[in-house]
Design a protein around this ligand. Sequence first.
Ligand code: IPM
Ligand code: MN
Length: 360
Amino acid sequence: MELNIALLPGDGIGPEVIDQAVKVVDAISEKFGHQVNWTSALTGAAAIDAVGDPYPESTHAICMAADAILFGAIGHPRYDNDPKAPVRPEQGLLKMRKKLGLFANVRPTFTFPSLIDNSPLKRERIEGTDLIILRELTGGIYFGERGRKDNGETAFDTCTYTREEVQRLAKLGFEMAMSRRKKLCCVDKANVLESSRLWRETVQDMEKDFPEVEVSYEFVDAVAMRLVQWPSSYDVLITENLFGDILTDEASVISGSMGLMPSASIGIHTSLFEPIHGSYPQAAGKDIANPLATVLSAAMMFEDAFGLKEEAALIRAIVNKSLTEGIVTEDLAGSNKAYKTSEVGDWLVANIGLPDLIVS
Ligand code: IPM
Ligand code: MN
């Protein structure tokens, strides 16, 4: 199969972790006889420096023409403490989501048996956790009307949703639940917010189309609590943009490392796959960042964008093997030897060729 992939390394550690994912994708493709055509493009601070736009038209054209996008990270400290910066790297991410119609962000949270004690949460609370947060990504307060009034002394951001926006996200949630444990939780703040009441009403109307799915409705503050108390009780959670942003960071703690969690953004045009961590500027260029979240994002890409399940399973098996054998970067090494980003990548590639790997 021919795989046309747009490669957006972005800022900070993005290029380093992306390099490892590229090595793994190339090795897997060679093993399974696929032809990969990579096309690199600029985003984030790197694109602002080069052309003054964090998501230039040339990058959008490359993304639109590709079958999938593999993305590193966006963000640079130069912009973080300057609320008046006229153009910011993150705007590139938002523009990209909007222009590609990526209305759903899929963030799985699961535990790795060999790393369960890395989590700050107790083993008995998190064992068996396997949940997906499906976050709405192109609406809500992120994209609502905002501004200043009263000579700049008052600021406002508004959260707006249409029924259709809720429906398309919820439909994905119901379908995902059907392919899993058939449980769906709609996370909202319907006791206060009108937009949340529209979410709840819309999801309730859709229940009849998915009679096998057991649906619960929970307030976001209660979910924030239950996520760390009893995460294994959840299967698929659907929620609006800002609640999802917050809950997905919280959920990443369960797995024990932000450096492990992949994500996919899907919608109208080309799907995008990226690690959930940021650009980690302090580590940029040091060859110490954990590349596994990006490698696992590539596994999601094989499965979701190309329907290549065996390839995805092999990547996951090799990643698991690296974790159990302690071939890990400093964030996971503890008092054991810490491997470099590029060494982990090389080890993964070398192990793809080994015949004894059991793919489950
Ligand atoms: C994320 C990030 C982004 C968001 C930022 C960088 C704009 O935190 O992907 O979760 O808030 O959506
Ligand atoms: Mn976030």
